[in-house]
Design a protein around this ligand. Sequence first.
Ligand code: HEC
Ligand code: HEC
Length: 325
Amino acid sequence: MMTRFLFSSCLLFVGCTIDEPVCFAPRPGAPPATRLSELGLISDVDTLTPGPGVLPYQVALPLYADGADKHRWLWLPPDTHLSYSEDRWGVPVGARFVKTFVLSNDAGTQETRIETRLLERTQTGFREGTYLWNAEQTDAECSGGNVDVALPGLVFHVPGTSRCETCHLEGENSHALGLRTRQMNVGGQIDALVDAGVLDRADAPALRASLPDPFGDAPLDQRAQAYLDVNCGNCHFDQGYAAGTGVFFDLGHALENACRKTGAVQGRTVVISPGRSSASELIARMQSTNPFVHMPQGPSHVPDEPGIALVAEWIDSLPVQECEP
Ligand code: HEC
Ligand code: HEC
């Protein structure tokens, strides 16, 4: 078993907060449980097999997380279902989403479990919480997060529970971010969910939006904009945490940033300089390792080289445009 240790990010960053642990109850009305194994979500911890009624699912385009892989599961209360829409799906009160972050070795034969994030639909929005795995890998414990976990080759930042809302938002604006048609439309997943009675209905396959694999065969423009949608668009949209910047990256909006003036923390004067990735502030922000400058803001601190190369290739492919000084 790999050894690892935890240390508080307060050593690394100024102004950090100690976030309150949000512990979940095994069932409504029961007292909150500090251990993940008490929640009935896992039936076999050795193989990380989901518990009864807990369904694994995938998203078309995962949020980049410093190289970690993720296992995604969902659980719905009896006699409830997800409701289809062209974009964000409806989620019944009591539904739970479980995302376990693991670091795989190079051969892909061994996984180290880092944290399991939980999201529960409530009457008024979503509750978010984090369970941290122990070094023995036998269970995870409810935690406020905001710690760095040292693993071979990587210091992984587990965000504090107060940070979830920057992307998942608060109260009635909060969202299960992967539960939208363009993310769930992968393989035959949508039809399988309808057949299983988990999803109420779906549009005909040809009408369903989907996000392409950013490193697959789809046209460059679509791949780059899909990458920006998932990794940036959850904050950079008209109701998001970064709405005040007026810089939007949700699907269909990225090109609006061509020649758009910016505060230039990294020395470029425009967000996107068409045809010139090196003059585009967005690329410089993605490359920065300064946590106060780095984009995407939030838990990820290790620049995503393939993602940066993709967005740079797209900007370089745009017809050159002279932006007004
Ligand atoms: C930087 C933005 C960001 C932050 C911060 C963030 N998430 Fe997420 N989260 C996402 C995105 C994007 C998805 C969907 C894509 C995916 O699953 O990779 C997601 C998916 C999830 C899911 C699966 C259900 C769903 O919404 O699709 C859970 C559970 C989850 N997050 C929990 C948390 C918790 C708990 C926190 C805080 C400790 C947190 N997240 C912080 C962006 C974020
Ligand atoms: C967790 C939310 C969040 C995510 C995710 C995020 N950003 Fe940001 N972004 C912000 C906030 C808040 C600001 C304003 C503060 C600042 O300038 O640092 C900002 C500012 C920016 C700016 C400067 C905007 C201006 O005012 O001119 C750029 C460019 C930018 N982000 C690009 C990106 C890119 C590219 C991604 C994805 C790779 C991304 N951001 C992901 C929150 C986010």
